[in-house]
Design a protein around this ligand. Structure first.
Ligand SMILES: Cc1cc2nc3c(=O)[nH]c(=O)nc-3n(C[C@H](O)[C@H](O)[C@H](O)COP(=O)(O)OP(=O)(O)OC[C@H]3O[C@@H](n4cnc5c(N)ncnc54)[C@H](O)[C@@H]3O)c2cc1C
Length: 447
């Protein structure tokens, strides 16, 4: 059977290895980091992700969904923490619909373990891809432990080596290969909120907690051990920036003032603050995602996005599922599939990049805004009464398999309708009246 090489054994690469192994390919995975099976996941240092329907569908295709569900925690909505300590809850979707908090390390570990069960999968760790020869499909690797170099030939290469992909780096020198990279002015820092002494969570574990403060915010996702992984998103420079928090007392003062209810349950926050790095956020777009029928970019290597829709991994997992389905329907003809896949998915990669940037504004500025909350209430009512006519954009992205590019377009149309509704006189008092519902339905029917 044909040999395929997967560069990068992160979330997308390890899932893709399973899917390709199931099709009978000889799969070789080269990963820069050490073997995750031998590295103890640092206790209490869990970094988590939200997995939603697109992620689950891909895990199901790989027969991994049941196992991953055992290590995930459902979050049914957002818990918004105002500065005065008031908490308001906003469900994400219909009753029972949830996004799931799962440890990145544990998820990756289980996918790698599963991939290793296939006799036709070879996993190589501490192997950093340096370059690829586009004429011969020779890949150059360097072992990060002994610096030994080797060259591997592959019929097909799948590049799942993340936002700063070495394979994509080489493709950037191809004529008419387009590439852009955009760093946000905001960065992020993770902080671990430990469990109570009895191992219980300090906040409601079935919600994603947000402290929106305009130009910056704090969020928290639950872990199985009772802790929460919290992430601050602040500008690098200026007011309320990482740059402005220089000393322990700066940090303490900042948290006490901006997130008082959080500070109350985590008074030692400044220790965590200085223990953990501040990282940047990048959006990468490129095109085409394939080089002939030799190389295909998947996951962050093709579309690195900001994390505000919780969709980066979900989109990468969806790449894997859709590639697998196309592989079946085109009977394995990679000459057709690589190009068709790249053309099909590119608009969706762009759309989820835009959606994620848009959601940043929503999360940090709007979830605490009265008008925005009213709009959400109206949309919820509409959705419950007329699910065939109105599926909120968040639900399209998170709880459906509608193409991201279609969800983006539908969102623009919904924005236009809701703008008119929100400008109606006295909307605050009559939002759940028949008049408002009729007006919206008329607008929809006119389209
Ligand atoms: C703060 C934050 C929160 C996030 N939250 C969510 C969320 O809630 N939900 C969600 O869906 N997504 C989320 N994401 C996005 C998600 O983390 C990524 O989309 C996902 O990890 C992409 O998977 P990947 O396998 O494509 O890339 P990566 O996870 O980056 O994996 C790439 C792999 O390739 C390896 N590699 C890199 N270079 C080389 C090389 N030269 N040679 C060999 N190997 C190499 C790396 O070591 C790594 O193992 C978040 C991201 C951030 C930063």
């Amino acid at each position: 059977m044909e040999k395929v090489v997967i560069v990068g054994g992160g979330l997308v690469g390890s899932l893709h290895a399973i899917m390709m192994a199931r099709k009978g390919f000889e799969v070789e995975v080269f990963e820069r980091r050490p073997d995750i099976r031998n590295v103890e996941l640092a206790a209490g240092r869990s970094i988590n992700l939200a997995c939603s329907n697109r992620g689950w569908a891909a895990l199901e295709a790989a027969d991994m969904d049941e196992e991953i569900r055992t290590i995930s925690i459902p979050m049914y909505g957002r818990s918004i923490h105002a500065t005065d300590g008031t908490i308001s809850n906003q469900p994400y979707g219909l009753e029972g619909e949830a996004i799931y908090s799962v440890s990145r390390g544990d998820l990756n570990l289980r996918l790698i373990r599963k991939a290793a069960e296939f006799p036709n999968v070879q996993l190589y760790f501490n192997e950093k891809c340096l370059d690829v020869d586009l004429d011969t499909n020779d890949l150059k690797f360097q072992n990060t432990k002994n610096n030994r170099r080797r060259t591997i030939q592959a019929n097909r290469i799948f590049a799942t080596d993340g936002a700063f992909s070495a394979v994509r780096n080489r493709m950037m020198r191809i004529d008419r290969f387009n590439y852009s990279q955009y760093f946000l002015k905001h960065g992020y820092k993770e902080l671990l909120l430990p469990a109570n002494e009895d191992g219980t969570h300090k906040l409601n574990k079935n919600a994603l907690h947000i402290w929106p403060r305009g130009g910056f915010m704090l969020i928290a996702l639950p872990n199985l051990d009772g802790s929460f992984t919290c992430t601050m998103f602040n500008p690098f420079e200026g007011e309320n920036s990482f740059g402005s928090l220089k000393t322990r007392s700066d940090v303490t003062r900042f948290f006490r003032k901006e997130f008082p209810d959080f500070f109350e349950i985590m008074p030692e926050v400044e220790e965590e603050y200085f223990r953990n790095p501040t990282s940047s956020l990048v959006v990468v777009r490129c095109e085409p995602w394939n080089y002939k029928d030799q190389i295909l970019l998947l996951g962050d290597a093709a579309h690195a996005i900001v994390p505000f829709y919780g969709q980066g991994m979900n989109a990468g997992f969806e790449d894997v599922r859709i590639f697998s389905e196309m592989h079946d329907s085109f009977k394995g003809d990679c000459g057709v599939i690589f190009k068709k896949f790249a053309e099909l998915r590119k608009p969706d990669g762009d759309a989820i990049a835009d959606l994620a940037l848009k959601n940043f504004v929503e999360m940090r500025d709007l979830v605490g805004d009265e008008k925005f909350l009213l709009r959400k209430k109206i949309e919820k009512k509409l959705f419950e009464a007329h699910p065939d006519k109105w599926l909120p954009q968040y639900s399209q992205v998170t709880f459906s398999h509608i193409r991201y590019s279609e969800a983006w377009k539908a969102g623009l149309e919904q924005d236009a309708v809701m703008e008119k509704v929100m400008n109606m006189d006295g909307i605050e008092n009559k939002w759940d009246s028949d008049e408002v519902m009729r007006d919206i339905l008329n607008q929809i029917n006119e389209k």
